[in-house]
Design a binder for this molecule. Structure first.
Ligand code: MRU
Length: 352
């Protein structure tokens, strides 16, 4: 029987030179897309997680940078380039962990440097095209990640995922969810378990919503239920996304991922991480050097708008953790699945 295939709204839209971002903080109950009027608004949308997910913040950042220097048509080229770099650093400061933001901003800055012989208005057009290209490439990368991950998905499987690495975090199919979308398209029947992902509930609000809309059999669980589900033999495979992969294969992803990886090893369940190459940071030797974003205490002391913790309680809120490469079965990338030893195999696939 054909299943309803409703697509979630696109997280980032560029229309006639204007940037629109889906406000993901309001999902799944309200679907609001906000026009971005200033670069400060784009910074704030990234900071507040209105747009979130490593690839999506890279794309939003690239468009935000194009927007930021749009009024500067009269600047001499050297000043234009200096302003571009200043705005790139500003946008990059919105969130530190996902390397895709820095990657996309650097790509725009390098494009400008390479085309600095052009008059500024022409250069601005070329930068806009580069941002559109980053966006389009992401659609293709996600599909290729899905194709490489597809053979891992077998009929009758239970697949666990953490946070949201789907359509809402990228441009189309997502990274971790891409193999699942393609398997579903081919009529393979499987079950997905989505961790709710405290404190901001990306699993509950976003992953379970986008999978449900696509007609995929999805069950929402609290984060602390993953061990129990595994112990009951309900999980055959874990696939998550990532915000930055170090050169040795260590993986930074949403807080709680490390716990899932440790559990997967205990229960001998394969643990895969899906990502485009732009998420691999060869300049970072190992995961311990990755800057982990620390977010507001309110996200922990409150559940939604309601305070659930005593006043003056001491709180920590790291938004990401690092899973050592020894717990990672494979990295599903647009160039295929990369397996240990990661230092050698990441380098080989990069230069191939
Ligand atoms: O804080 P978020 O919602 O931006 O965190 C997102 C994640 O951790 C995702 O798993 C990661 O960015 C991969 S998205 C394809």
């Amino acid at each position: 029987m054909p299943v309803a295939q409703l697509k979630p709204p696109e997280p980032v839209l560029w229309q006639d030179g204007e940037l629109f971002l889906l406000d993901q903080t309001q999902l799944p109950l309200t679907t609001v897309t906000e026009k971005q009027e200033t670069v400060e608004q784009v910074w704030d949308s990234i900071k507040q997680l209105k747009v979130r997910g490593a690839p999506a913040i890279g794309i939003a950042g690239a468009y935000g940078l194009v927007m930021a220097v749009k009024p500067q048509t009269q600047l001499p080229i050297s000043e234009f380039l200096a302003e571009l770099e200043r705005q790139a650093n500003y946008l990059d400061s919105a969130r530190p962990t996902a390397v895709n933001l820095r990657w996309a901003l650097t790509r725009i800055v390098k494009k400008a440097q390479a085309l600095s012989h052009l008059p500024v208005p022409e250069l601005q057009e070329a930068l806009e095209q580069e941002a559109v290209q980053i966006h389009n490439e992401d659609r293709q990368l996600c599909r290729r990640i899905g194709e490489h991950g597809l053979p891992l998905i077998k009929g009758g499987m239970g697949v666990l995922t953490h946070c949201n690495a789907g359509a809402l975090a990228t441009s189309e199919l997502g990274t971790a969810l891409s193999p699942l979308y393609l398997a579903h398209e081919r009529g393979i029947r499987f079950k997905v378990y989505a961790d709710e992902t405290r404190p901001l509930l990306q699993g509950a609000r976003l992953t379970s919503w986008e999978l449900q809309q696509s007609g995929i059999d999805v069950t929402l669980i609290c984060d602390n239920m993953a061990a129990h589900m595994m112990s009951q033999g309900l999980i055959d495979l874990v696939i998550v996304g990532t915000d930055r992969v170090a050169a040795n294969g260590d993986v930074a992803n949403k807080i709680g991922t490390l716990g899932v990886a440790i559990l997967a090893q205990y229960f001998q369940i394969p643990f895969y991480v899906a990502c485009p190459y732009s998420t691999i940071d060869f300049a970072t030797a190992e995961g311990q050097s990755i800057v982990i974003e620390e977010r507001s205490e309110d996200e922990v002391t409150h559940f939604g708008l309601r305070r659930t913790a005593p006043p003056n309680i001491s709180v920590r809120n790291p938004a990401f953790d690092v899973t050592p490469h020894t717990l990672v079965t494979g990295l599903i990338t647009e160039r295929g699945i990369i397996r240990p030893p990661y230092i050698e195999n990441l380098q080989l696939s990069y230069s191939a």
